[in-house]
Structure formats: structure tokens, C-alpha cells
Design a protein around this ligand. Structure first.
Ligand code: B12
Length: 214
């Protein structure tokens, strides 16, 4: 069976140990980033399809998501970055956004590259997002959104960020980047990243101090 379907079915069956084993084998064969991009993401997307087609229940999807979340946390704890930078990234999902598995993957990529990560999770109210910036003084703020109608929340937050913290690097990612062209809707200084490989490349090229990619 194709590994993506195999993983999706292990997640849906609640087989967390077997799912973890499959994921660890994949990391050994490829890399953590490739496993997240080429195996775990498509497995969750497949689960989304099954859900949309009423082939699984909401409870099945919740179980799969919970295991996925647990596995990502467990893999994160084992992370031992080779280099440490003095850079800090603040991660959050925009207000009302509940999808956060992608954001956890982003967190893992930053950590693996030696960054200090302050992960605020999904559904961050704008005023609190702004307060958190005062508190943590990050080099980068990375924002995730899955649904198209989050565009208003993104635009509003970006506008305030550009007003109050003009030099702060802003990175936007998530499923929304596949659905609409954010380049035309946001200031050109915002880094719009459609994938984990694009993010990793940006980090390796120096992040906010390197060249701008989009
Ligand atoms: C699990 C899930 C949920 C869970 C989320 C729990 C959680 N802890 O995240 C729950 C049950 C809460 C949920 C709720 C809803 N969901 Co939902 N959900 C999913 C599902 C099955 C998987 C999401 C996921 O984890 N994907 C895997 C991750 C890794 O992918 P990702 O988020 O795209 O992230 C990747 C990239 O985008 C990138 N990335 C993400 N963020 C960032 C940030 C930066 C900075 C960067 C660089 C990169 C980056 O990194 C990841 C790496 O590959 C998807 C199916 C799908 N196609 O994804 C549906 C899906 C997204 N949901 C959908 C819907 C409709 C909803 C609801 C509206 C349902 C409802 N009626 O209540 C609500 C909305 C909730 C809300 N207020 O936000 C639809 C959206 C359809 C559409 N029109 O856009 C989907 C596509 C399912 C479907 N096929 O119908 N959902």
C-alpha cells in the first residue's frame, strides 16, 4: 500500500505506535522536513478528503489529528539542532483559525535550524499578538491560515505590524497560500511561503537578513 494511505489508515485506526514507527523510518530514509512535507501532510489531506466525502466521521478525523499532534510533539522533543542562532521567531495562527498542525511543522523547522521558537498556537486575537511582540521582541513573526476567508484577519494584522513594527520580518504560510494569490493582497515586504522546503531555504539563506524569496 502507498505509504500515504498506510499512514492515514494507521492514524484513523488509532495505531499511534505503528504510525510513529512508519514516520521514524521515513525520517531515517529521507529527512524530517521531507517526511512532514511528503508523507504526513498528504496523509492529513487524504483524511480531509475522506471527511469531506463522509467516508469517515468527525470523531475519526479528531483521533487522527490528535495522534498527528502527539507524534509531532514527540519528534520535537528529540530535536538536537547542530547550530544555535540568537534569532527568535513568534508563531501563531490568525484569529479564529483552528488548524495548527502545519504551524507545528513550521515550529519544528525553525527549531531544527537552531532558532528560539515562541509558539503561540492557533486562533491568536490580534491585540494579544501585538502584545506578544512587545514581550518577545522576535526577529520574525510567522503566521498560518488555512481558510480563504482568513484574508481579512491577515490583512488587518499585517497592517498593524507594518505600522507598529516596520522592520519586523513577516512570513505567511498555510493552505490559504495555495488558494489565493496573497502577493496582490499584502505589502510586497511580506514573505509568502507556500511550503516547508521554501521556508527552510529562506532560513538557510539567512532568513530576515538574507535575500527575499517568495
Ligand atoms: C484536521 C482538520 C481540522 C481540525 C484542525 C485541528 C488542528 N489541530 O489543526 C478541526 C476539526 C479543528 C478542523 C476544523 C475545521 N475545518 Co478542517 N481540516 C482538517 C484537515 C483534515 C487536516 C488539516 C491539517 O492538519 N493538514 C495538514 C497540515 C500539515 O497542512 P497545512 O495546514 O496546509 O500546512 C502545511 C502548509 O500549508 C504549511 N504551512 C502551514 N502553516 C504555515 C505557516 C508558515 C509560516 C509556513 C511557511 C508554512 C505553513 O506547512 C504545512 C506543511 O506541509 C484538513 C484537510 C487538509 N486538506 O488539510 C481540513 C480542512 C482544511 N478543513 C476544512 C473545513 C471546512 C473546516 C471547518 C470549517 C469545518 C467546520 N464546518 O467546522 C472548521 C474550521 C475551523 C476553524 N475555525 O479554523 C476544509 C477546508 C475547505 C475549504 N473550503 O477551504 C478541509 C480542506 C477539509 C475538507 N477537505 O473539506 N479541521
Amino acid at each position: 500500500m502507498n505509504k500515504i494511505y498506510q499512514l492515514a489508515s494507521l492514524l484513523l485506526e488509532g495505531e499511534e505506535e505503528l504510525a510513529l514507527q512508519l514516520i521514524e523510518q521515513e525520517i531515517e530514509r529521507t529527512s524530517r522536513q521531507q517526511m512532514m512535507n511528503d508523507l504526513l501532510t498528504p496523509a492529513m489531506q487524504h483524511i480531509g478528503q475522506l471527511w469531506e466525502n463522509n467516508q469517515i466521521t468527525v470523531a475519526d478525523e479528531h483521533l487522527a489529528t490528535a495522534i498527528c499532534d502527539f507524534i509531532l510533539s514527540r519528534l520535537d522533543i528529540q530535536l538536537q539542532p547542530q547550530l544555535r542562532t540568537e534569532k527568535t521567531v513568534l508563531l501563531m495562527g490568525v484569529q479564529d483559525e483552528e488548524h495548527y498542525i502545519g504551524l507545528k511543522m513550521v515550529s519544528s523547522i525553525f527549531k531544527q535550524n537552531g532558532w528560539r521558537v515562541r509558539y503561540l498556537g492557533p486562533n491568536m486575537p490580534e491585540t494579544h499578538a501585538l502584545k506578544a511582540i512587545e514581550r518577545w521582541n522576535p526577529d520574525v513573526i510567522a503566521i498560518s491560515a488555512a481558510l480563504v476567508h482568513r484574508i481579512m484577519a491577515i490583512q488587518s494584522l499585517v497592517l498593524k505590524l507594518k505600522e507598529e513594527h516596520p522592520s519586523l520580518a513577516v512570513v505567511i504560510g498555510g493552505r490559504i497560500t495555495e488558494l489565493i494569490d496573497l502577493h496582490t493582497l499584502l505589502p510586497s515586504s511580506v514573505h509568502i511561503m507556500e511550503s516547508l522546503p521554501a521556508l527552510e531555504q529562506w532560513i538557510k539563506e539567512g532568513g530576515p537578513n538574507g535575500k527575499k524569496i517568495s
